[in-house]
Design a protein around this ligand. Sequence first.
Ligand code: FES
Ligand SMILES: [Fe+2]
Length: 463
Amino acid sequence: MALNKTNPGEARCPGPSTRDIIIADADGAPEVLTEESYQFLGDTDIPFSRYTSKRHYDNEIRNMWSRTWQWACREEHISKPGDYYTYDVGPYSCLVLRDHTARIRAYINSCPHRGMQFTGAGEQGHAKQFVRCPFHGMSWHLDGNLREIPCRWDFPHVDEENFNLIEIPSDTWGGFVFVNFDRNASPLADYLEVLPRHFESWPLEDRYVALHMEKILPGNWKMCLEAFLEAYHVLATHPEGLYTAGDANAQYDIFGHNVSRFVHTVGYPSPHLPKQLSEEELFAALGHDPKSLPEGVGARQQHASLQREKLGSEFGVDLTGLSNSEMLDSIEYFLFPNACFFPGVTIPLIYRFRPLDVDHCIHEIMMLKPYPKEKTPPAPASVIKLGIEDSYTTVADFAATGLAFVLDQDTENFHRQRAGIKAAQKEGQTLGNYQEARIRQFHLTLDTYLDQDTYLDQHMTNR
Ligand code: FES
Ligand SMILES: [Fe+2]
């Protein structure tokens, strides 16, 4: 097949780019949405062993999960002094709580006596004045200082100053509480790179958790995450989306080491369609009566106006100041190692992926919706847990968004991709230079944490 001769990574899908579409919208878009930040990061294959090797998995656990900032919960999960939330990833576990001064703190979830976990995985609750171990009843104040050792006479060798809870770094951004299991971690603000600047006009702290679910997925955590970092698969996996969503012309941005983004337009047909849709046909594909499209108004524009009215009244907020892109598009920011934040209003998703073992992970999803400023936000939704065979469509509120069906299509792929990766007689996966660049950035950043001797060793011998 003949290809245009360009430098690697420079080629783009013919036709209007995402940036062209957003700029052409009647109301434009915030500057950060028209910013482009792509760089070519190489084109060598990514070894399949990264998804199948237990040694690689252990390397990630030991060297990466132990040293990166990860969100643990939302601030509203621990709104009052004494409220706690348990965050677990791999073998690591911490108890995130608010102390009596309302300060957020995170403690290693392991009793200094004989290692009992204070709280179970994912457990939330309220500790009135102190943390009490359920095994022998030793207790600590919310500030981590030792409170009581039952039968104190039997522990003359315990120095109270050195028997406090072990605190790890915690901080907040966008209403999320972040923790880092590395007690020498550098500040969260540095780690977030462009996120605080980009989200200045999208304060996620002003939204509430309208839906919260987690599902076990049949795949290595990286393999599953990567399916959400590109829109290249829309053509074959979600073909019904082609009528209403730009896919091959989605924009991909690489910001620093930890952050990347895609902007995937909704209300603009795919460049893959063999023939151009009329505005009426596009409006119909977006679920409206084509005869109701006002003269001279584009389908994307009118769809955005209707969404502003509909969602504005549903949420009780004024959405008139938001651009079409912020209203409609699938705008996804990724933060290494495992979190995706969607600032858009129609698709207000939060994802994160946590490893369970080499072949399984947990996909956690939240929908963060706006609420009227003058009102107290609704309490965060409780977590709905789905097993490996459960369909996302069994969660009625999620099925209503139309996204559940799409995620079931992705899950079908995971079963087969996991098996196919194991069956491969090729060394690794071959990525597209542009559309799959975020996956490459992710692996390059992961590499900076891994023990390279172990990695090379397993790469040579463990396939
Ligand atoms: S293990 Fe916690 S009090 Fe004994
Ligand atoms: Fe998908």
